[in-house]
Write a protein that binds this ligand. Structure first.
Ligand SMILES: C[S@@+](CC[C@H](N)C(=O)[O-])C[C@H]1O[C@@H](n2cnc3c(N)ncnc32)[C@H](O)[C@@H]1O
Length: 412
């Protein structure tokens, strides 16, 4: 893709800033000027968006329409790798509305020293540098090439924050303490190293996902002995934190023998429609290595059923079209995957259908607990069971079709 000099970005950036204010994503004037003052197109020289069936397609961000798109609240995947059977998105430029809501929720004040985990394109580091001055901004990414590119882009627009290539799970002890930490990749549990590097009274905003799509953004306050806080009202999701030693888990091979048929009243894809129940299901025996996806009709390529499967050959397909609140379920294999969802739904009903802000998290060096209403209320320990996470988790993206993994005898 050729890079042409772009001179007419400023009115577009101003329009984006005005839009975010109008939508209630931005309140503080300093954040409004940051959005208007940072050329986002510098940070997304290459971008991909999913087409109707979930394949990543390149977007020409130098065309006028591409440039218009860059200055809208849109997530762009900025790096895609070939994962063999599928494409894997490995970095993205987060939707500016989500980013700005997070920055406002983080309650950043002049003079604060901020650590970002997940530099990615560098756009967020640029917003922080505009807001605070680059000398107070620190950002770490596991991918040295991303850090290199982000540094060059930031230098192009005159910002020199401290960027480091390292596994952000360890924070950045050599530059601690920080007043605020923001993680733009999700974690299955909050690394205690972050608490150690945060001043008492400081805050961390992080996406806690105990499994794929299972969790939300949580704002944690640093107390002398713990981090504690509640999940945010609106749902958000980031790529999962990866580590240098990550393995790829075995692909599920759904077993077609012993297929069982029944109905359910739970929405067919709770990871999209009922995210809180999906989180609770992780504490009700849902295996950690569950894969989620959709069945597509082979002719129309339209989704017909949601699909869960695990490497032990267990699977469940739930029809997307229900009748009188009942959805057809087909399942097979040794583990009754959908039962965990139904138990979680019962828990959710028993607690009078809580919204996200009724859920909170307490983190100590020894233990992490998810609770409802108060830290002394009903709670569950994190991680729900041993973790084996792979792949990326992204907000507002379509699940990968799993048509190839469909058991031969299954029809729906
Ligand atoms: C959603 S992107 C971050 C977007 C970024 N804040 C921006 O403004 O463009 C997530 C980033 O987290 C990074 N990441 C994943 N695992 C990490 C880890 N263990 N430590 C630090 N960064 C990590 C990825 O390389 C990716 O660049």
């Amino acid at each position: 893709m050729t890079t042409q000099p772009v001179t007419d970005w400023a009115p577009r950036a101003q329009r984006l800033a005005d839009l975010l204010v109008a939508h209630g994503d931005v309140h503080h004037p300093a954040w409004r000027s940051a959005v208007a003052g940072v050329p986002r197109h510098i940070f997304v020289p290459a971008a991909y968006q999913q087409d109707g069936i979930g394949t990543w397609q390149p977007v020409d961000v130098t065309s006028p329409s591409g440039l218009d798109l860059v200055y809208t609240p849109t997530t762009f995947i900025t790096a895609v790798v070939d994962g063999g059977t599928h494409q894997e998105a490995v970095s993205s430029s987060t939707k500016p509305d989500l980013m700005l809501r997070m920055l406002e929720a983080l309650d950043v004040h002049d003079g604060h020293k901020v650590l970002e985990i997940g530099t990615g394109t560098g756009y967020n580091a640029a917003l922080l540098s505009h807001r605070l001055g680059a000398n107070l901004v620190f950002s770490v990414d596991i991918d040295p090439e991303l850090v290199h590119s982000a540094r060059n882009r930031l230098h192009t627009i005159g910002f020199r924050p401290t960027l480091v290539s390292a596994d952000g799970a360890g924070g950045l002890p050599e530059h601690a303490p920080f007043d605020r930490i923001i993680a733009t990749c999700s974690v299955p549990a909050v690394p205690w190293a972050w608490a150690e590097q945060l001043r008492v009274g400081g805050k961390i905003l992080v996406d806690v996902k105990v499994a794929r799509e299972a969790g939300n953004l949580v704002l944690l306050h640093r107390h002398p002995d713990r981090l504690e806080g509640r999940f945010t009202a609106r749902w958000g999701s980031f790529m999962a934190m990866r580590h240098h030693h990550d393995d790829t888990s075995a692909s599920p091979h759904p077993r077609s023998e012993g297929t069982r048929r029944r109905t359910t009243t739970i929405p067919p894809h709770p990871w999209w429609d009922h995210r809180l129940v999906w989180l609770l299901a992780q504490f009700q025996g849902l295996p950690a290595d569950v894969h989620i996806g959709m069945h597509l009709d082979p002719d129309t390529r339209k989704p017909t059923a949601s699909f869960l499967s695990t490497p032990d050959g267990s699977w469940v397909a739930v029809s997307l079209t229900g009748s009188q609140g009942q959805y057809d379920v087909l399942e097979g294999g040794p583990t009754a995957l959908w039962d965990s969802l139904e138990r979680a739904h019962q828990v959710w009903l028993a607690h009078e259908q809580p919204e996200w802000t009724r859920l909170g998290l307490t983190v100590t060096p020894q233990r992490q607990r998810l609770w409802i209403d108060t830290p002394a209320g009903t709670s569950w320990s994190l991680p729900p069971r041993s973790q084996n996470r792979t792949g990326s988790t992204l907000g507002d993206l379509k699940p990968r079709p799993t048509i190839s993994g469909r058991p031969a005898s299954m029809s729906m």
